[in-house]
Design a protein. Sequence first.
Length: 183
Amino acid sequence: MLLYYLSLIDDESDKEKLERFYNQYRATLLHKAFLILRDQGLAEDAVHEAFIRIAKNIHRIHEDGHQTKAFLVTIVRNTSIDIYKAYNADAHISLDDMVFDIADEYDMDEKINEAELVDIVNNLPPNYSSVFLLKYKHGYSDKDIARLAKITEANVRKRIQRAKEMLNTYLSEKGDERYVKEK
């Protein structure tokens, strides 16, 4: 496979960089993909897709140790989630559905702006925003989120509850009456 990835690159120094990444991080990336997909074949597909993306953008990636590893892990994580969603398409909840769910949850007469909701959720603490987005944007079940986050299902439900409470607090503090949840 390495030869295929190298064939996507013209510059010799970029080829050497990709080869170093491949040799140094392939096992780690495969492990991360497997944790998400729980299938060796799909994990290998995710790593393959990730290395194609890496090869096509190798000139933009700088070698700086931990940041490089984190960046590569993020690519394989996102690729794995895309593959997971493709194989579980019926579990996906669109962002529009999430917007309406939130509007219903907070008894809003008007629909909350989609961009505003994403911005608000992204500003929650990471342990709450990630669980919230996995549930409402990506359609994961509580069980799948618990497995991915290595927490209990009860903890997943509690984090989602707390994320909703934080959203309610934020929307209430915003001062716009349409965002205030009726008690």
